[in-house]
Design a protein around this ligand. Sequence first.
Ligand code: GDP
Length: 203
Amino acid sequence: MSQFSQASFVLSAWQPHQFPPDQGAEVAFAGRSNAGKSSALNALVARKDLARTSKTPGRTQLINFFALSAAWRLVDLPGYGYAKVPQRMQEHWRELLTGYVRSRTSLAGVVIIVDARRGFSDHDQQLLEMLSATAVPVHVVLTKADKLNRGEAAQTARRVTTQLTERASVQLFSAVDGSGLDELRRAVLGMLNRAVPPLPKNS
Ligand code: GDP
C-alpha cells in the first residue's frame, strides 16, 4: 500500500514527445468515460482527488502520468466514448493511444475499467485488439459491482472472461464498498514488479 500513497502528479501529455522518459515501469488505466476510472484510481492510491487532476477542463483528453517512485508510474489514459468530442479530436486521441500502446517500452500492463452492468464497449474491444498485438498484460476491472447481486456479478465476470485471451485477468470491483481493492493493488504491483523490481532497501 505504501507504494500507492506516494503517488504524485508528474505531467499531462498531448504528444508523445511530451511523455516522461521511457524508463522504469508504468501501468496504464483505460476505460470508457464514466465507467469509474477516476474512482478506481483514487481508491487505489487512497486519495479523493488524485484523478481529479485528470478531470480538470483541458486535461480530460490528455495522457496523465503519476509517479509512485523513481521507477514506477501510473498512467491515466483519456476516457473514450465521449459523444461530444469532435471527430478530429477522436482521431488524434486514437493515434495518440495507438502510438503509446505500441511504442512505450516501459508499459508493464494495462488496466481496463469496465462498468460491470454494461460489459465491454466497442472502444474497449478496439483497445484489446491493439493490445493483443503486443506482449503487454491486461487486467480487466469490472467496477460498480455493488450495483449487481452476487449471481449477476459472477455471470458478468464469466462472460467477460470468455471474451479475453489467456493473458488477461478479470476481477470485480467497487469503489463504493472497497470490494476488490486489494486484488487490484496486487494486480498492479504484480505487473510493475515483473517489469522492474524495486531496488533492495539497502542498495
Ligand atoms: P470516469 O469518467 O471513468 O473517471 O468515472 P468516475 O470515476 O468519475 O465515475 C463515474 C460515475 O460513476 C460517478 O458518478 C461515480 O460516483 C460512479 N461510480 C464510480 N465507481 C463506482 C462504483 O464502484 N460503484 C458505484 N455505485 N458508482 C460508482
